[in-house]
Design a protein. Sequence first.
Length: 437
Amino acid sequence: MRLSRGFIPTIKETPSEAQIASHRLMLRAGLVRQTSAGIYAWLPLGLRVLRNIERIVREEQNAAGAHEVLMPTIQPAELWKESGRYDDYGKEMLRITDRHEREMLYGPTNEEMITDLFRQCVKSYRDLPLNLYHIQWKFRDEVRPRFGVMRGREFLMKDAYSFDVDHAGAVRSYRTMMLAYMRTFQRMGLKAIPMVADTGPIGGDLSHEFIILAPTGESQVYYDAAFESVDYLAGGFRHESDEDLERFFTDITSRYAATEEMHSAEKWAAVPATSQREGRGIEVGHIFYFGTKYTKAMNAAVAGADGKMFHPEMGSYGIGVSRLVGAVIEASHDDAGIVWPDAIAPFKAAILNLKNGDAACDAICEDLYARFGGEALYDDRSDRAGVKFNDADLMGHPWQIVVGPRGAATGKVELKRRATGERVELSVDEAFAKVAG
């Protein structure tokens, strides 16, 4: 994208309505604009980040054996009445009546609809296990939407739903998704800590929320530092191996991690003092086993090996895709702006032409811009160098390639790493190779 022709409306001043860093920086860097309370339009820069997060989520869900579908945002109320949740859900549900007086709703989640699709299409135990997911917009009518996309009313979410023959199969599906989540967050450059969550009336120990650390997090968290050193991508954990899943889950659950609500002083005391870590955290994902709650309520039954009908065991697995954009910024920013992890940054690099019209500067910038094939933002504006530096820091691209007339005359550029501020002079080829990886 050429910045002179792009649509990235940056703001110098901090918007008065923005209370936390991610909200301020998303508005200032031109990622989003609010259209009404808790609802945002995603502009090109923000949409690129959203799509990068979505891509990683999708790749890891597919690798774990889940199948992507796309369910509608508008759902018939009768499904929720069938499950018993229509009246219980409260005012957060946006209820709609169409022109034929049919009761509809804007889906806040999809347990009912996926169970209905399952009972229409699956008739035998031979079709299990089955895991279906989609990435779709949801709506929850928060009383006081605040903190930008962190607690908006409309949000993009990946939600998956597993169906299994029995409890043992459901546990395997749960562990498979848990591994997929740890891989997903690591690929995004995040250190997520899985923490035991309240299972509600279902009971058991199969409910975890995934927390990333940030000073402005909504929850106080306590965890064992051993979590920080585990490599889930190169750790030899395979989705298709029961032994690997057992080893992975044992490794996860043997270490202490809890939010303030689930914190146990006794268990915390057993963690060596040198390994105790605490801080604030933001929830970015939640996985949950709920047995036959929905399959029984909605009579979603299949024929078993013995010919008898049974209700499959279910689990649900959510990741807040749009919430992650704000959460990453909360965890990774400085006074100058956003500091994007490489994997989800809107562009790999910003190319800063410090003297438009200089033949050598223009030639190098055009050459680099063509080489990156759409993965670099070219600041070709006629603004002062200071404006370009400030905007590049604000937008947070991992690398800045600075092209000035003195260096360009000898075929050199300055390469700056946004996260560390480190600067080095390199040839054009060296700079490109460094950024392109």
